[in-house]
Design a protein around this ligand. Structure first.
Ligand code: SF4
Length: 168
């Protein structure tokens, strides 16, 4: 788990890497650029192809300080290629660590909703989901994602109001 210079979060957590373009908003995907640049290395053996890193799953358990954690900064958690069973393991960790708050951005909001239905339980209270509009690239998607909006009363920058300076 890495510390980060992103000003609306504390840490990034990347138990998964890789993704596929799904909309015009993916045109300048920074994650793809980085992954392909380091293709063949330890972190990105298959470049921007699916890379599961189960050894990273337990990282939040070892982080004692309550933190804002940006999940999958180098992927899209709701990419179809990520097995649901693996997503389940990540959500198990999220549920086991209520001291942290998890920020997830996706360009696949319908998959995010479908996954919640599949799980059959509401998203954990410490889960924030957000999505940019595919059409405009500027809006935040509804329902479980509304938790993002709560940041407006916080001393920390509110991601939804700043428009994410990232591609996922
Ligand atoms: S969904 Fe995000 S990570 Fe995936 S290709 Fe598009 S911009 Fe990149």
């Amino acid at each position: 788990m890495n510390s980060t210079s992103i000003n609306w979060t504390d840490r990034t957590w990347n138990p998964v890497g890789g993704c596929e373009k799904v909309s015009e908003g993916c045109q300048n995907c920074y994650a793809e650029s980085i992954a392909e640049k380091f293709r063949g290395g330890k972190a990105f053996p298959d470049g921007f192809g699916l890379t599961l890193r189960p050894h990273k799953l337990s990282e939040p358990l070892r982080l004692r300080t309550p933190s804002l954690i940006f999940v999958n900064s180098m992927s899209d958690l709701f990419w179809e290629q990520i097995p649901d069973t693996y997503r389940d393991r990540m959500f198990d960790i999220i549920e086991q660590t209520p001291r942290h708050e998890y920020q997830v951005l996706t360009k696949r909001p319908e998959k995010m909703l479908a996954y919640a239905e599949r799980r059959g339980t509401p998203y954990p209270a410490n889960f924030w989901g957000g999505s940019r509009s595919r059409a405009t690239g500027t809006s935040v998607a509804p329902i479980p994602f509304a938790r993002f909006l709560r940041r407006s009363g916080s001393s920390r920058p509110s991601p939804c109001c700043r428009h994410f300076p990232i591609s996922t």
